[in-house]
Unconditional design. Sequence first.
Length: 124
Amino acid sequence: FTASATTGSRAMQTIPKTTGATHWRLPGTKITWGEGMYLSIGSDMAVRDTSIIGIFHMDNTTTSKRTREFLSQAEKEGQVIPCDDLPKSFILTAEYGFQKVYLTSLSSYTLEKRRRVAADDFPR
């Protein structure tokens, strides 16, 4: 059994999955099965899947006053990581006691689809 995946415009190296296989490798990186998988969110950025609290569509969620206030406060506190293009969604993460909001030009549907495919292809 061999598998490969793509993240953004870069392809992961295909590594045979046999008993004892410990990782997939994105050129220049090593992700072990025990560390969890990473979700590519565009702009050459990735977040650990276990740190994701939620993936939100900008058009649907920013109509709420509370969401706008939350994003405004997160920006004031330096917790917002911007993207290169017009953001379509944002990802709320919490890891090591820190909360981050990643803006991404990818749709929430695309991100959730990538997350599901990774979970189905690479069970823990």
